[in-house]
Ligand binder design. Structure first.
Ligand SMILES: [Zn+2]
Length: 198
């Protein structure tokens, strides 16, 4: 994986999770930024007062940065923030599949974080489409699975975001997630984000 790079860059937009909320969802996003500094740049943007959003983690090809502790509610996408963990990936929603696959290292880093969260919070590693989200509802009691910002927008219509885009290789992400879970080598892969420090 090369030299590991990770930092804790606490985001400005941080909420208190309602007590008793189940962490039921993992939501993947794209930053609309690219390059090996994209995860750090996104963290620095989230630190600014004028930034309206936040996520827990961000990855690019060479780094995994933490922006919020898992216990904190991110402003990632309504209406599921109280029940969700969010991760940003370097890349653009407009990218096609081939372009995303040029950055499989980013997808592997994302998958590692997703697998770690699945194991930590007992979230099933299944991909949820808008219909699945509607069935479970935005504040389910049981853990539900993994989805995209686009699917959350599709389920509840509260946003026009469509990241990480139609070309994003969900199959590749999920294959890596399953690989990490099956080999149980989360924690040994050298891809951990920094722990929160607040
Ligand atoms: Zn998004």
């Amino acid at each position: 994986m090369g030299q590991e790079s990770r930092e804790f860059l606490p985001a400005a937009r941080r909420g208190r999770r309602a007590s008793g909320s189940t962490i039921a969802f993992i939501v993947v996003h794209s930053m609309e930024w690219e390059g090996n500094r994209a995860a750090a740049q996104t963290g620095k943007w989230f630190q600014r007062a004028e930034s309206l959003g936040s996520t827990h983690l961000g990855v690019d090809d060479v780094s995994t940065h933490r922006y919020l502790e898992d216990e904190v509610e991110a402003r990632g996408c309504r209406p599921i923030n109280p029940s969700a963990l969010h991760i940003e990936q370097a890349g653009f929603a407009a990218w096609d599949r081939d372009r995303w696959l040029e950055h499989e290292a980013t997808i592997v880093r994302c998958a590692h974080a997703v697998a770690t969260w699945c194991l930590s919070y007992d979230i099933p590693p299944r991909w949820l489409l808008p219909h699945d989200l509607q069935v479970g509802g935005p504040r389910p009691r049981r853990q539900q699975g993994i989805t995209s910002h686009a699917n959350v927008a599709g389920a509840w219509g509260l946003s026009d975001h469509w990241d990480p885009g139609l070309g994003y290789p969900v199959d590749v992400l999920m294959a890596h997630v399953m690989g990490f879970i099956r080999r149980a080598d989360v924690g040994r892969a050298g891809l951990e984000p920094a722990t929160g420090g607040l």
